[in-house]
Design a protein around this ligand. Structure first.
Ligand SMILES: N[C@@H](CCC(=O)N[C@@H](CS)C(=O)NCC(=O)O)C(=O)O
Length: 349
């Protein structure tokens, strides 16, 4: 099976046991819980979105401090659903280790931050994963000058890895299975991790392939770095909300499904306003709120999807704008109707 043009090794464990996460702090009572997250966001006038600390293509502030990227588009889409205004978002950078606490404590309303859905996270953190918006897998990056063609050649290597991630456990599991000895160099901050890899403190850097692609693209000479062909885990990435607020979870989930459905029906940023009055396909009329009150069922305006798509574009447009430039292919993130594609949305009805 191919996966981003890489080989997904059969038989590798899908859901790694996350010993570090099992010891996560108890859920704090989120201040927004009493009235519901959506009401709290409306009362505040701003959506607070937890993102990563800066990953090209996913979430990164530009020189003017404006955040852009795939994850950022999801925050903007959600703000459009709630306020019809993509600027009503405050971005809070979170490291791998603090992200869950930030959501549990109510410091952020939602996380759009390359977070892998696992059983232990789903059950032990007081949080929920409403959707999978990016199917990923863990890989390795090495310097081209090292002349390493396969992860099998990493026997005896030092490998940089970020703590509080699925990455750490996957690495240990994979090495055991492949009978590879390695020395982990565990560094908390993303930028320090990358600096250590670049300075030669580690022979390889391991994380989600998306993170490797983002880091590689951000280098002055991306071609000096090679992402090895092995994909050693499944990393289904998606947003996270607090457990127990189903209304808000539904909204986050259906914003994602709306972006997918718009791509499926070829509704784009350029044509959505026109199609919202002229398209005769019943599915499109419902999606765009012409013959349905689906928005109202979620607690937002019935034209929510028109407003979102004209602002962010559909899923495919978001992918092309932010992830194609960092070298990622659609792979499993193609629509289900395309060979190998897994992105699928239930009906808008
Ligand atoms: N998907 C994995 C890894 C996520 C992760 O945090 N990856 C690192 C390396 S790409 C990252 O995003 N760091 C960003 C940061 O700490 O700001 C998980 O959920 O544990």
């Amino acid at each position: 099976m191919t996966f981003f043009g890489h080989t997904l090794k059969a038989g590798l464990r899908a859901l790694a046991a996350l010993t570090a996460l099992a010891a996560a702090p108890a859920m704090a009572q989120a201040p927004t819980q009493a009235t519901g997250t959506l009401d709290a966001i409306r009362a505040r006038g701003t959506l607070i979105c937890g993102v990563n600390t800066g990953l090209a293509g996913f979430a990164q502030p530009n020189s003017q401090g404006v955040w852009t990227g795939f994850d950022v588009e999801y925050c903007r889409a959600l703000a459009v659903a709630i306020f019809n205004d993509a600027s009503k978002v405050r971005y809070v950078p979170t490291t791998a280790q603090v992200r869950f606490t930030a959501l549990q404590s109510g410091e952020v309303d939602v996380l759009f931050r390359n977070t892998t859905w696992t059983l232990s996270r789903d059950t032990s953190l007081g949080l929920d994963f409403p959707a999978i918006n990016f199917y990923d897998g863990q890989g390795f990056m090495v310097k081209r000058s090292a002349n390493v063609a396969s992860a099998r050649d990493l026997d005896g290597a030092t490998i940089c890895v970020q703590p509080g991630t699925t990455t750490e456990q996957n690495l240990a599991d994979w090495a055991r299975g492949a009978r590879i000895r390695f020395t982990p160099v565990v560094i908390e901050r993303l930028e320090d991790n990358i600096a250590a890899y670049l300075a030669g403190r580690c022979d390889a850097y391991t994380t989600d392939i998306s993170g490797l692609a983002a880091t590689r693209a951000a280098q002055s000479q991306p071609n000096d770095h090679v992402i090895l062909p092995e994909v050693i885990s499944k990393e289904p990435l998606g947003p996270l909300v607090r457990h127990g607020d189903q209304r808000f979870a539904d909204l986050v989930r259906w914003v994602h499904f709306g972006l997918i459905t718009a791509e499926e029906f070829e509704v784009t940023a350029a044509n959505v306003v026109q199609l919202s009055t002229t398209d005769t396909r019943p599915d499109v009329q419902r999606l765009l709120g012409r013959t349905s009150e689906l928005g109202q069922m979620l607690g937002v305006d019935n034209r929510w999807m028109v407003n979102i798509i004209r602002t962010t574009g559909n899923y495919g447009e978001i992918f092309t704008r932010h992830l194609t430039p960092i070298g990622l292919q659609r792979g499993p993130n193609a629509l289900w109707s395309t060979p190998g594609g897994l992105q699928y949305a239930p009906p808008f009805r």
